[in-house]
Design a binder for this molecule. Sequence first.
Ligand SMILES: C[S@@+](CC[C@H](N)C(=O)[O-])C[C@H]1O[C@@H](n2cnc3c(N)ncnc32)[C@H](O)[C@@H]1O
Length: 264
Amino acid sequence: MQITPSQVSGRTARQVVVRPVLGESPLRAREAAAQLALPYHPVSRSDDIELVVGETSAWLETAGLKVAIRFDSAAMLHRRHGGQNELLGRAVGVKNDRHPVVFDATGGLGRDAFVLADLGCRVTLCEQTPALAWLLQDAILCAQVSRYDAVRDAVERMTVCSGQSEAQSLHAATVIYIDPMFPERKKAAAVKKEAMMLQYLSASHDGGESLMAWAWQQAIDRIVVKRPLKAPVLGERKASFTLSGKSVRFDVFVRNAHSTSVQQ
Ligand SMILES: C[S@@+](CC[C@H](N)C(=O)[O-])C[C@H]1O[C@@H](n2cnc3c(N)ncnc32)[C@H](O)[C@@H]1O
């Protein structure tokens, strides 16, 4: 994966700096700062968002808020068996003998991408925030040596791409998955914390409209959009069908030209 410094227009994201973990070799932190063209700060300062990089660990941190990505954490292993996975799988079109190739246009913390990879899909995750794309790539490398077979197996199907999804022209994917940021309500504290970090990091905050416009221009079979239950549909077109869970729904847009190859 090639990671380039963020050059996105519109709203300015908060500056990220890289710092090493106290008492560990600073080598990896220095390398990450150079690769991302981010300032390297050996010591913590309260105002920054820090990409903290240790010898074998890494996380994002600001003002006591810490967010790490671990695909074999207890929470992720628990999520492997959650009911929403089935819904996401159905929305994307997973069947016993069918595992669509997915382009996840809003990579974030890679949760949904991991679920899809765990269901057997090949997934490219695109993330516009370079530090987050770096963290996703690092999490995949860590998970490649996880003690859990299923985790190692799933991350083999995940690839990270750094930058804005709209810059990509898709040929191999059959499904585009979009999970734009939306105001968080009634969420568990841990989820709020992660959402807050993503908001701090995000440079573009158009609610997904430009992604939807771009997605319709790609040669894919379907677009799946994750929405809060009561949010309006993204874009101008009606969804082909919707799958609703307890707190979110998936709006599925099936391309007519390919409708013989995609079925709910
Ligand atoms: C709500 S989060 C996605 C969470 C993700 N589905 C997960 O399971 O962790 C949205 C993410 O999409 C990223 N994003 C938003 N617009 C983007 C774009 N145009 N291209 C690439 N990434 C984008 C944001 O930086 C943010 O990290």
